[in-house]
Design a protein around this ligand. Structure first.
Ligand code: MLT
Length: 336
């Protein structure tokens, strides 16, 4: 066998080039999910993973850890901010304590439909909230799940009026806006982590809680709750966030794949809600839940929540003008 110095140099150069062009190592991202199987969070996560695999030629994938296995929803934000967790899918109300401006999406009776939710999240307002969340919480929103209205469930009695809430202990997320909303309805709610809520309902530490039909079903709350009231005070929006530290470690092409996969999963989430919500509501009835509408078109709930809760949070969301930007984008009247 013969070889020349020139040939050796070429072989070394070719090997170095090959190393430089080999794609970065395959990744299996850890994705925390607050809810159980069958919910909108899982649907968003699955759609994201399959789009990511497709966009990276199978190089990168992700694994969903359902049911709060990686910590309470609020804890996953801290873990992702430190770069100890890659992704999390959680309700927007559990990001608000870390980045108060996203509270505009949790103010009662602001988002009144799936259309409203899509308009706000996928337009300039959503982009602004993405940037604020990177700045405040160290996580980047790359996709949105749409989960429907948070209806009230409880184990004790039908609730149709504000007065019917009297005597009920209602669990709320650790979210100041939601706590104040129940206070405006005359009761003092109990803040509790999402990961502890099923046990809290089962052991009757609390009588009720609010979440969308699909979430109530995915969490099997029908086993421990009997009555539902069709409140529409918050349309539940549940972002997919990536640790900003993890995102910044990705190559430009990988970042592009993550963002595009997130956008595709967002579009899928809207159709998942439209195709699933009515069936799930019927299933909850078949499982024995009783569903009622609030009296008088919810007028008293709406009046109390909007007049007393909104003004309390103008400062934390960045000023009344931030709420007015949203109301204007939705074609609604602004407030003073
Ligand atoms: C909560 O109530 O804490 C969350 O909205 C639950 C969820 O993520 O589905």
């Amino acid at each position: 066998m013969s070889f020349s110095i020139k040939g050796l140099k070429y072989a070394v150069f070719a090997a170095a080039l090959a190393v430089a062009t080999v794609p970065t190592s395959a990744k299996n991202f850890k994705i925390a999910v607050g809810d159980g199987a069958g919910g909108t969070q899982e649907a968003l996560g699955k759609a994201f993973i399959s789009a990511l695999e497709e966009k990276t030629g199978g190089e990168h994938t992700g694994t969903l850890f359902l049911n709060g296995q990686l910590g309470s929803e609020q804890d996953t934000i801290s873990s992702a901010a430190m770069g100890a967790l890659d992704f999390s899918i959680l309700a927007i109300n559990n990001i608000t304590p870390f980045s108060p401006t996203v509270g505009t999406l949790t103010l009662p009776y602001v988002i009144l439909s799936l259309d409203d939710a899509q308009t706000v999240t996928t337009g300039p307002i959503g982009q602004q909230l993405v940037e604020n969340t990177i700045r405040d919480a160290g996580v980047r929103i790359v996709g949105w799940a749409y989960s429907g209205f948070r209806v009230l469930s409880n184990s004790a009695k039908p609730v149709e009026t504000v007065a019917d809430l009297d005597g009920l202990v209602i669990r709320v997320p650790k979210n100041a806006i939601m706590i104040e909303t129940y206070k405006s309805w005359g009761i003092d709610p109990t803040p509790m982590a999402w990961s502890e809520t099923f046990a809290g309902l089962q052991q009757k530490v609390v009588d009720g809680q609010d979440n969308p039909y699909i979430t109530i079903s995915a969490m099997k709350f029908y086993e421990v709750q009997k009555f539902i009231t069709n409140l529409r005070y918050i349309f539940s929006i549940e972002p997919l966030v990536v640790s900003e530290a993890v995102f910044q470690d990705l190559s430009e092409a990988e970042q592009k794949a993550v963002l595009e996969a997130g956008a595709e999963a967002t579009a899928f989430s809207a159709s998942f809600l439209e195709n699933t919500e009515a069936r799930i509501r019927d299933e909850l009835v078949e499982r024995g839940m009783e569903i009622v509408d609030p009296a008088n078109g919810e007028a008293e709930f709406i009046e109390r929540a909007t007049t007393t809760v909104w003004p309390k949070f103008y400062d934390s969301i960045g000023g009344v003008e931030k709420l007015n930007e949203v109301l204007t984008a939705l074609g609604r009247e602004t407030v003073q």
